[in-house]
Design a protein around this ligand. Structure first.
Ligand SMILES: NC(=O)c1ccc[n+]([C@@H]2O[C@H](COP(=O)([O-])OP(=O)(O)OC[C@H]3O[C@@H](n4cnc5c(N)ncnc54)[C@H](O)[C@@H]3O)[C@@H](O)[C@H]2O)c1
Length: 260
């Protein structure tokens, strides 16, 4: 019988996850910790980050929290330096922090254009910039970037988000080409509508009733429901683990068939 620990190869791996105080990032941190990885939660929200870490520790997992604004070069550099000092290596990087602004190009304020691009796209660049040399010193690793279905097609009233996520998709491919020689795989997971605080906040931004918005977001998919954070975490698990050792530069859409 194959043991799942051997199949996934995640035991004692050091996994750094951004935006992991909540939603998809937290579900992924929980899952990787369940499979034996030491998870490091990077998030701008200190209160939620500490609660998330405590939850994983309470279940017997290994977890720590570092406050990090992924749009800040100095925060990213310091976090990676500290992680290298404390843990000696980085095996997995999940660039997942994101925010959304539901506005068209006329109504969107410039600061919100910058914020959405900076968190999703620049954040993935900055963390990777500092983490890759550490990964490379220890025989490589796996980077997973969070895109979106709206990185692959357009969506209404979300111009900065669609632009940022399309950027994340092609950043992934370019990084995969550059860092394969260091045995670093780079892949992208593209979730469809998943029940997290970010999705619920979209209802508020669009002045729609939250439950009606969630119901309408689930409609029209072959698997007709919203995604759960765990649905997305399972896909990230595959890309982080030894099950995908020859998968790089790819985009894995996880959306109940919505884009089919
Ligand atoms: N929920 C969905 O329907 C959906 C669909 C497609 C893609 N995504 C993407 O999934 C990712 C995770 O989103 P989620 O739905 O779990 O949302 P979420 O709001 O539950 O989690 C996002 C996390 O990112 C953190 N964050 C925001 N700005 C940050 C910054 N500057 N630095 C560090 N951390 C920061 C937040 O504090 C929060 O903990 C995002 O990239 C999002 O765009 C979500």
């Amino acid at each position: 019988m194959v043991k799942h620990q051997d199949l996934f190869g995640l035991e004692n791996k050091v996994a750094v996850l951004t935006g992991a105080a909540s939603g998809i990032g937290f579900a992924t941190a929980e899952l990787l910790a369940e499979l034996g990885s030491n998870v490091i939660i990077l998030d701008i929200d200190e209160e939620k980050g500490k609660v998330a870490t405590e939850k994983i520790l309470a279940k017997g997992g290994e977890a720590s929290y570092f406050k990090c604004d992924v749009t800040s070069s100095s925060d990213c550099e310091m976090a990676i330096k500290e992680i290298e000092t404390q843990f000696g290596r980085i095996d997995i990087l999940f660039n997942n922090a994101g925010v959304i602004r539901r506005r068209n190009v006329v109504d969107l304020e410039e600061k919100d254009w910058d914020l959405v691009l900076d968190v999703s796209l620049k954040g993935a660049y900055l963390l990777s910039k500092y983490a890759i040399p550490v990964m490379a010193k220890n025989n490589g690793g796996s980077i997973i970037n969070t895109g979106s279905g709206w990185g692959l097609k357009g969506g209404n009233e979300a111009v900065s988000y669609c632009a940022a996520k399309a950027g994340v998709v092609n950043l992934t491919r370019a990084m995969a080409i550059d860092h394969g020689k260091q045995n670093i795989r780079v892949n992208c997971v593209c979730p469809g509508d998943t029940d997290t605080p970010l999705l619920r906040d979209e209802a508020n931004q669009l002045n729609e009733e939250e439950n009606a918005f969630l119901v309408s977001s689930a409609l029209g998919r072959p698997i007709e429901r919203l995604g759960t954070p765990r649905d997305i975490a399972n896909a990230v698990l595959f890309l982080a683990s030894d099950l995908s050792t020859w998968v790089s530069g790819t985009v894995l859409t996880v959306d109940g068939g919505g884009l089919a």
